[in-house]
Write a protein that binds this ligand. Structure first.
Ligand SMILES: [Zn+2]
Ligand SMILES: [Zn+2]
Length: 136
């Protein structure tokens, strides 16, 4: 079980189950919401996410048709990423975890829109756009 919180601590949550996958996303939207060359999200079963505090303080934003992101309205920490076609899963920003996620990033996605100023220096698989979705 991994616990996490946002920068201002209004948001407190725990992941009551195994993390299924971790990926680095290089799309332009993740880059902007994180203010960083890429995002790192952990995929979990939605039922395993327990928000202990701060749920009402989350803002939600649809960054593209199938995608809704949430972030802390006070400090702006990115929290979740939801994909309309995959209601059983939710992706949580790994940077908010206080505990080790027990898994390491497994791939890079959306490398087709990677920042020109960032070089990928590891040997993880790279996907031009989405990696295969769960169950595919
Ligand atoms: Zn916050
Ligand atoms: Zn992305």
């Amino acid at each position: 079980m991994a616990k996490g919180s946002c920068l201002c601590n209004a948001l407190q949550f725990e992941i009551a189950g195994p993390i299924q996958a971790i990926g680095n996303c290089h799309c332009s939207m993740c880059r902007k919401t994180h203010g960083a060359p890429y995002s790192t999200y952990a995929q979990i079963e939605r039922d395993h996410l327990k928000v202990l505090a701060g749920e009402a303080n989350l803002n939600r934003f649809s960054s593209s048709d199938p995608v809704t992101r949430s972030f802390c309205a006070t400090c702006g920490s990115n929290f979740s990423f939801e994909f309309e076609g995959v209601p059983q899963a939710i992706w949580i920003a790994v940077g908010l975890l206080e505990d080790d996620p027990s898994l390491r990033p497994q791939h890079h996605m959306f490398t087709g829109s990677k920042a020109s100023w960032h070089d990928i220096t590891d040997d993880l698989p790279q996907h031009e756009t989405y990696p295969p979705l769960p169950g595919e």
